[in-house]
Each structure stands twice: as structure tokens, then as C-alpha cells.
Ligand binder design. Structure first.
Ligand code: ZN
Ligand code: ZN
Length: 845
């Protein structure tokens, strides 16, 4: 049962924004602030409480209260660091002052979360299982340079200097017992970075008292401001809201969540005219050389301190803002736009290609749905800029520039560059196809296109506003078009599991099938009966889950027709539940043959997953799967339909793994340990709750977290046949396969068909294709009234033994089917028809 929260997170924040400042010494690190000579003030403009060394100061440090980004006019940091220096100096400083361990970034694709597509903040790495204490943190305390993606402000990217789709949030994180929690120390670690490393004069810094709330957790937070910008925010996540009496409780694990924008602090430190210039320094240099775009230093210096006003979230009339700024910098609006907009395009291309580089490297693909939707949106926005200015930039090359520039901080970006470039090239083709179709699409549109229609056109056909404009359609493009479409696709659409039956008072069932997948009988005790379902203390019945179909069998003499699981409780559906009562000892037996067929198909799905990744590239992830006794299917992420050659290569690779007879290792690890050892590639089947993972490891070929029943050795799969592949949606390919007996039966059918065809044609399987061709030619001639004769040769039966021999026969049949333009399993029918036609005309020998 879900309980409606008493207050939303927003309301909690609002409420405690009034409460915490009433007792600042209790909630904020005032001991540290006072020791540094800071005094408390209240902003005369926004009423917020702040700390500063100047006791006469009247306003807080926010740009809307101080009026401008003063650090752009007067450098405030004594030491000027490059973009990459920020993480280097930060991690070193925190190691020194508080023994924080620097860890590697998490993938930007949030595989361990079921509620998010992409990581949006460094704390997302640790939500929910580290923060709620179920899983140990990878280190404690720690710092992390986390690459994040956010698509809510796409329209502001490239213009304001503070908006990005992809950025690095440097995190300072701790997970502490309440008695060890010391906010004064954590604030000292952070502040000393600015004072001692960046060389910021403490009198330039302002601390703001604030409150943070999320997922019903909340706590005080402190924002650090200097020169008009927020440098970072330190959150003390300490309480869980209950809404009753007491109103909240202490979290068992108190968390420090400090996020510092690497882009922003680099900008602040090195006084670039706009943050993009310091973030993408070397890449922009190359982009400017390629495009000939120049910056007018004078205009930039005057314009960029005011550019924050062009934030589309905060203005209703963007043209009025442009006019106001133009007046202030004494320029004509058009001249100002002509100087600034090409730069916006260049900065946006730099931002979007970098975001794509990270997302694609980490295995995401642009598509029409889910997380891929926004990747396609930024790809097309960047592409449109490139087209609009006729720059002819090669995005494949730009991602390489980015990877090279970031090598010291993110060496892993080198690993999948080829793959990323391939995906970008395919994405270009797809967009170009859309552009070719645009004339046809817009023909059906009458009159002026409103924003709603533009969004619909983008969603249904991938048509961007810029491409409509280029095609001569009268459109008024809202500047925040991309923000409008992006916001609709931020959250994962995954649905929460709904339980049919209430099992909340029952202990989780002990699962006996993990120890030995071939064990087929056991004795258990009835703990509860709900409707037709019998619940035991332990069982060997596998419930339908993870795409694997359930076991059937018997409990005593009663037929088990279905097995399901709810919240860890396994339920056996029987025809007469009244034959059981609580406390009974029950003998159970499963249908062993079915179990083994299921295990063969499940392990084969893992083998095919590994094979697909090794043949197609590291972007291949499992999208979904289904295993039945007769066949299995596996959906993989891939950017185009598979060719026959690719199918064959995957199948061959899979059968090599069978031949190698590799042990299938099955073991349980603590989640943090498993992640550290094998990486997030474990989460092929999606996010998994709990503190432990069951790992299924086939050498280094395929390693997945999985709860299914698996073979002990790959050789038990015997044979794997890929029977079909279909592109089921953009970026997703469905593979159908058979394993073991089912695969052998399938191969036998193909061999029988090949022999049937050979017999009809009078040949061996090797001649099948050539003779099919001949038959077809003769048939065409005779049909046109010309003379011709088909002569049957000697039939030789194919008797393939090994996989390679079977494959040779299958390929011969496939070729013949291709020649006759039919499906391989129906080839004999076409041959029979042609032969009958020739016979009737006396053209058969
Ligand atoms: Zn203020
Ligand atoms: Zn599995």
C-alpha cells in the first residue's frame, strides 16, 4: 500500500527554510564560520540569511541581489587554473585535509537506478542503496568527478555561460554515523580549497543558509557565493520526514552531499570571458580554426556579464532582453546578435558533442524513446547549427578532440571512440533521411505552425524547427523548443511493480534452486495459503522472473500450474489449494526436462549477449529478454538492423563458447564489491534491489547479475541457433534463438529442407544454389514461349555432423532461397512449382 506523502519535498524545503535559521548554531556550521571571523547578516533584497566578513554588508552574494558577475571584471582568485586543474587540485586537497579517497566517475547512464536514465548529480551515484545504508560506499569519505547530463535547459546552452547539457559535478561525499557527524569540519575542508588552493580572499566569500529536500529526506545546506556566482552547495542530509509526531527522525546514516561544478569554478578561477571558453579551450581553438568564427574581445567583455539575463526560464520576452542588453552595450541589436549567435552555435556544438561522447561511450544510443530521445534531440540541434552556418564540421572528429583533451581525467573515453564515431555517422544518415522526407511531410501542413504542432512533428517524424525554416515553412521557433521536448523525457517510464496478493507478513522464501539447478525434488513446510496459491518455507520451483518462465510440477499429488514471486515470497498455484493446510510437510517435484530446457535457453541468452557485444561493439546492452523451454529472445541496443553476416558472426561466436566448454560461475557478492570488480556492465537486466548481487560469470566473456537457473558449463548448451533478428524500434534489435534440443531440431528441419530441395533439383547441397539459378532461368524462358530444358542430376544426401557442416548446408539453402526469392524453410515449394510448370510444358528431363 502506498501512502501519500504528508508534504512534498518542495513543501518540506519551504517549511524548514523558516525553521532552521531560527537556530543557526544547531543546523549550520557556525562554529567554523565564527572562527574565521564571519558574521551573520540578512539580505535586504531577498531576506535570506548569509555569512560574510563585512558586518555592514546589506545584500547576499546572489547575482540577482548584487547585480552582476563582478568576478568577470576583477579576478577574485589569485591562482588561475585550467579546467582540468580543478579536479586535480580538488582531489589532492581533500586527500590532504580529510583523507578523502578520489574515486572514478560512475557511468553517466544510470544502470543501477530504475527511476533515472542519466546521472544528474554526483549523489545519484549513491542513491538509493548507499544512502539508505543497504550497500557500503565504494570509499568513505570520497571525492568523485562525476559527469552528469541534464536536458532541461537546452535552449540556454551556449549563451548564458552557466548552462550545459553535460557537465562535471565534483562531489565531496561522506556517509557517517550520527555521533561522528561534524558539519564544521566538512565546511572547513571545503572552504580551505577556495582559500588555500584557489587563493580566494575570505572577504570575497558569502555563505548562504539554505535547505535541501529530496525523497522525503532533508537537511540544512550552505551555498558558497563569490563575485555573483554560486560556486558550490554543501548539503547535510540528516533527517527523514515523517509528518506526524515526531515530525521527522534522524537518518541512521547522515550524508554529506557537496557538489561543485568543474566548469563554473574553472571559469571563476581563470576569468575566461565565458565558461565555455575555459571548459572546451583546446576544442574551441580547433572549432574556430575550422569555421573561421572569431570573437570580438570587446563585445564579449561587455556582453557576457549580462548574458545571464537571456535565461529563457526567467524571461517572458527574450527579444526585449536582447534589446535591453544591446542598449546597455551601445550596439545595434542585429549587430550584437551577429557577433554572439555564431558563438552560441559553436559553444552548443562543443557541449552537445561532448555529452554524446560520454553517453555513447557508456552505452546509450540516440533513439525516439527513453533516454535516447534527448540524445537525438541534442544531436539534431548541433547538426542544425552546423547546417545553418554551412560549417561542414565532422562530429566524429570533434568527439576525438574532446576525448584527447580530457584524457588525463577520463582516459576511458579513448576505449570506445570508434564505436561512438560509428553511431554518430549512422545518426547523421538517419537525420539526412528525415530531411529528404521533409518536403512530403510539410505538404500536408496548412497555415502557420504553432509550437504544439512543432513538438508533434519532432516527436513523430524527427523534424526540427530549423529544418522547417530551411524548407521555407513559416514558423516562429520558441527559443526553448528543446527544453520543452526534453522535459517530457527526463524520467524513466519504468512502472512500479504491482502485487496481486498481500504477502507483507510472510518471510521471504528460501530458494533451493540456486545450489543445484538439476535438483528436482525437495520437502518444504506450508506457511500460508492465499486463494489458489500455496506458500512454503523453501522451494525448488523457479517463479517467472527476469524473463525466465516458471517451473511446473507437483506438490504432493497436486499439480503446480504456475509459480510467481512477490516481494521475495514464492507462490505455487495449484488446482485444489484446500488439500493443503498450514504446518503440513509437503513433497515437491518439478518437471526436470522443462527446467533443463529453460536453463539451456537462459544461459544461451547470456552467451548470445556476450557474442553480440564482441561482434557489434560495447554499446550493446540487453534491453529485455524472454526464455521459454522452446526458444528465447533477447533485445539488444544497436543502431541499425543486423545483416545476415552479422547474425552469422554472432551465432558462430556463441558456438565457439560452447565448444570451449567454459565453466559457468555462479556466486553472490556484496553489491559494492561486485560493482568494483566487474563494473556496471553487471546490470544487463536492469537495476537490482538489495545489498547483494548474484553474479553469473562466463570467463570474461559475459558477466551479469542474474537470478535465473543456469547451466554449470557452456557445453551443456550443445548448440545455439539464431533463428531471426528484427529491428523492433529505433536503437533496439530483437534476436530470436534456440538452444540444445530445440536448436538441433531446428537444424534438422533445415537439413531436411535442404535435402528435399536437392532431391527435387537432383544435386548435392553444394550445387543447390547454382541449379536453383538455372531452374529459374529456364522457367522464365519457357514461360515467355522460348525453348529450354532443365536437366536433373544426381541427388546426394547431406549428412552434416559438426556445427560447421550444418552451417554449410544452411548457407547453401539460404543462397538457393535468395535466388528463388523465398524463405529458406519454404524453398522446396517454389522449386516444386517451377518443376511442375516445366513438366507440363515438356521442358523437364
Ligand atoms: Zn539576497
Ligand atoms: Zn540472466
Amino acid at each position: 500500500m502506498s501512502i501519500m506523502p504528508v508534504l512534498t519535498d518542495k513543501e518540506i524545503k519551504k517549511k524548514y527554510t523558516k525553521i532552521f535559521p531560527q537556530d543557526p548554531d544547531r543546523y549550520y556550521p557556525t562554529k567554523y564560520l565564527k572562527s574565521m571571523g564571519f558574521v551573520r547578516g540578512q539580505c535586504s533584497k531577498c531576506a535570506r540569511y548569509f555569512w560574510n566578513q563585512d558586518k555592514n554588508r546589506k545584500v547576499c552574494g546572489d547575482v540577482s541581489c548584487v547585480g552582476k558577475f563582478s568576478f568577470l571584471e576583477k579576478p577574485l582568485a589569485k591562482n588561475h587554473f585550467s579546467y582540468l586543474d580543478i579536479w586535480k587540485t580538488f582531489s589532492k586537497h581533500f586527500k590532504k585535509v580529510g583523507n578523502y579517497t578520489p574515486i572514478k566517475r560512475y557511468p553517466v547512464v544510470a544502470r543501477w537506478r530504475s527511476d533515472l536514465h542519466f546521472v544528474e548529480a554526483s549523489i545519484d551515484d549513491f542513491i538509493p542503496y548507499v544512502v539508505n545504508g543497504v550497500v557500503k560506499p565504494p570509499a568513505n569519505p570520497l571525492t568523485v568527478p562525476q559527469f552528469c547530463l541534464r536536458f532541461n535547459d537546452i535552449g540556454n546552452v551556449g549563451i548564458t555561460g552557466s548552462h550545459y547539457t553535460g557537465f562535471v559535478m565534483i562531489g565531496q561525499h561522506r556517509f557517517e554515523k550520527p555521533q561522528d557527524y561534524d558539519t564544521n569540519a566538512y565546511m572547513k575542508h571545503l572552504s580551505s580549497y577556495f582559500f588555500d588552493v584557489l587563493g580566494l580572499d575570505p572577504k570575497e566569500l558569502t555563505y548562504h543558509e539554505d535547505v535541501w529536500a529530496g525523497s522525503q529526506n532533508f537537511g540544512p545546506s550552505v551555498e558558497l557565493f563569490a563575485g555573483g556566482i554560486e560556486l558550490c552547495n554543501q548539503v547535510y542530509m540528516q533527517y527523514h520526514y515523517l509528518g506526524g509526531n515526531p515530525e521527522f527522525e534522524d537518518l541512521k546514516l547522515k550524508v554529506v552531499d557537496m557538489g561543485l561544478g568543474q566548469e563554473r569554478v574553472a571559469w571563476f578561477s581563470n576569468n575566461a570571458p565565458i565558461s565555455y571558453e575555459s571548459t572546451y579551450a583546446s576544442v574551441l581553438e580547433k572549432l574556430k580554426r575550422e569555421t573561421g568564427v572569431k570573437m570580438d574581445a570587446n563585445i564579449m567583455k561587455k556582453f557576457y556579464p549580462l548574458a545571464g539575463r537571456l535565461n529563457l526560464d526567467e524571461t517572458d520576452d527574450i527579444n526585449k532582453e536582447w534589446a535591453g542588453i544591446a542598449e546597455e552595450v551601445s550596439m545595434n541589436v542585429d549587430a550584437l546578435k551577429n557577433a554572439i549567435l555564431p558563438l552560441q552555435a559553436l559553444y552548443s556544438i562543443a557541449d552537445h558533442t561532448r555529452s554524446l561522447l560520454f553517453a555513447l561511450s557508456d552505452g546509450a544510443l540516440p533513439s525516439n524513446s527513453g533516454g535516447g530521445y534527448n540524445l537525438r534531440a541534442i544531436y539534431r540541434r548541433a547538426y542544425d547549427f552546423n547546417r545553418k552556418y554551412k560549417w561542414n564540421l565532422d562530429f566524429g572528429q570533434i568527439v576525438k578532440w574532446h576525448a584527447d583533451a580530457l584524457k588525463s581525467q577520463y582516459p576511458e573515453l579513448q576505449d570506445h571512440l570508434d564505436d561512438v564515431q560509428k553511431v554518430l555517422a549512422v545518426e547523421a544518415e538517419k537525420y539526412e533521411k528525415t530531411l529528404e522526407n521533409i518536403a512530403r511531410i510539410i505538404k500536408s501542413i496548412k497555415g502557420k505552425i504553432k509550437t504544439e504542432k512543432m513538438i508533434e512533428l519532432y516527436d513523430s517524424h524527427g523534424v526540427t524547427p530549423q529544418s522547417l525554416k530551411d524548407a521555407g515553412v513559416d514558423v516562429n521557433v520558441p527559443d526553448d523548443f528543446y527544453s520543452l521536448i526534453a522535459e517530457r523525457h527526463r524520467k524513466s517510464d519504468e512502472k512500479e511493480e504491482r502485487y496481486l496478493l498481500n504477502v507483507s507478513d510472510i518471510k521471504k522464501t528460501e530458494r533451493l534452486y540456486y545450489a543445484d539447478y538439476k535438483k528436482d525434488s525437495f520437502t518444504g513446510k506450508v506457511v500460508k495459503i492465499i486463494d489458489d496459491y500455496v506458500i512454503l518455507d523453501k522451494t525448488i520451483f523457479y517463479p517467472t522472473s527476469g524473463g525466465q518462465l516458471h517451473d511446473i510440477g507437483y506438490l504432493n499429488d497436486e499439480h503446480v500450474i504456475d509459480t510467481i514471486v512477490q516481494d521475495g515470497v514464492i507462490l505455487h498455484k495449484v488446482e485444489h489449494a484446500n488439500k493443503f493446510k498450514v504446518g503440513d510437510a509437503v513433497k515437491g517435484k518439478i518437471d526436470k526436462e522443462r527446467r533443463i530446457k529453460l536453463a539451456k535457453h537462459h544461459t544461451s541468452v547470456h552467451i548470445i549477449n556476450g557474442a553480440a557485444r564482441s561482434v557489434l561493439g560495447a554499446h550493446v546492452w540487453q534491453g529485455g529478454s524472454e526464455k521459454t523451454p522452446q526458444k528465447a529472445r533477447l533485445d539488444i541496443s544497436h543502431y541499425e538492423a543486423l545483416s545476415n553476416e552479422q547474425m552469422r558472426a554472432i551465432e558462430k561466436k556463441a558456438n565457439e563458447i560452447i565448444k570451449k566448454a567454459i565453466r559457468v560461475e555462479k556466486f553472490v557478492l556484496q553489491k559494492s564489491e561486485a560493482e568494483k570488480k566487474y563494473g556496471f556492465i553487471l546490470y544487463q537486466g536492469g537495476a537490482i534491489p538489495g545489498s547483494e548481487l548474484r553474479v553469473i560469470k562466463i570467463a570474461d566473456f559475459d558477466i551479469e547479475a542474474c537470478g535465473g537457473t543456469h547451466l554449470d558449463n557452456t557445453k551443456e548448451s550443445e548448440l545455439i541457433k539464431l533463428t531471426k533478428s528484427t529491428k523492433i524500434q529505433d536503437g533496439l534489435v530483437r534476436l530470436e534463438l534456440k538452444a540444445g534440443e530445440a536448436a538441433k531440431k531446428y537444424t534438422q528441419e533445415l537439413t531436411d529442407e535442404a535435402n528435399h530441395v536437392s532431391k527435387l533439383l537432383g544435386c548435392s547441397y553444394k550445387e543447390m544454389s547454382a541449379l536453383s539459378d538455372e531452374l529459374f532461368l529456364v522457367w522464365k524462358r519457357v514461360r515467355k514461349g522460348k525453348s529450354g530444358k532443365y536437366t536433373r542430376g544426381k541427388y546426394v544426401e547431406a549428412k552434416p555432423k559438426t556445427y560447421e557442416q550444418m552451417l554449410a548446408v544452411e548457407e547453401a539453402l539460404e543462397d538457393a532461397a535468395d535466388v528463388l526469392r523465398t524463405q529458406k524453410i519454404k524453398t522446396h515449394r517454389t522449386v516444386e512449382r517451377f518443376l511442375a510448370d516445366l513438366e507440363a510444358k515438356g521442358a523437364l528431363k
